[in-house]
Design a protein around this ligand. Structure first.
Ligand code: GRF
Length: 188
């Protein structure tokens, strides 16, 4: 599997995935590109330090042309994993990678999904609802936010006095432990 990682921020999931597959070539996953929609995303530096090629998206080009397809083809990308990527994936990209784009969401979908449900917003909503469980959902990407078929879910128990930041940390640990495993499974 030749994987492109799409990010918008820190890229801690991207880092774990890059480091895992670099250390374990037998897993059959090669990260060939890291794509960011933000020029100042920390993930870009992280990837550059690891000699992973990077690409910064321009909004108009991304949404109004299909130029990205040629750039992905140039490095033989055949699978995409979104890891904290905040733009909606346009129809041409979904069509070009049918069941080949995965996303990770920091909650147990269909709860706490959809537009605007990202980052701490999710964990604040979980806290406000008084849930004593949250988790992660890894799912295929279609043209709507957080609605593609689920591939994997894992739950984590919460304490009633957990802050949204503590919930975030628990959930992120779960992401780091599982995203690469799911990708490895799909590469088989
Ligand atoms: C993760 O919580 C992921 O589920 C969500 O965005 C966050 C990205 O974190 N979609 P990081 O950039 O990988 O640290």
């Amino acid at each position: 599997m030749n994987l492109a990682l799409f990010v918008s921020g820190t890229g801690s999931n991207a880092r774990v995935i890059i480091d895992r597959f670099r250390a374990h070539p037998e897993d059959g996953v090669k990260v060939v590109l890291l794509v960011s929609n933000k020029a100042d995303a920390g993930a870009l530096l992280m990837a550059a330090e690891r000699d992973v090629p990077t690409l910064v998206l321009d909004r108009t080009t991304f949404f109004e042309t299909e130029d990205l397809l040629a750039q992905l083809a140039r490095v033989d990308v055949n699978f995409i994993a979104l890891a904290g990527f905040l733009w909606l994936i346009p129809p041409y990209l979904v069509r070009a990678f049918p069941n080949r784009i995965l996303n990770i969401h920091p909650a147990l979908l269909p709860k706490y999904g959809g537009k605007g449900m990202y980052g701490t917003n999710v964990h604040r909503a979980v806290k406000a609802a008084g849930d004593l469980e949250s988790g992660i959902t890894i799912h295929y990407v279609n043209e709507r936010y957080d609605e593609g078929n689920t591939v994997f879910q894992a739950a984590v128990r919460l304490d009633a006095d957990d802050t949204p930041e503590e919930i975030a940390a628990r959930v992120l640990r779960l992401e780091h432990g599982n995203y690469w495993r799911v990708l490895r499974g799909l590469a088989d």
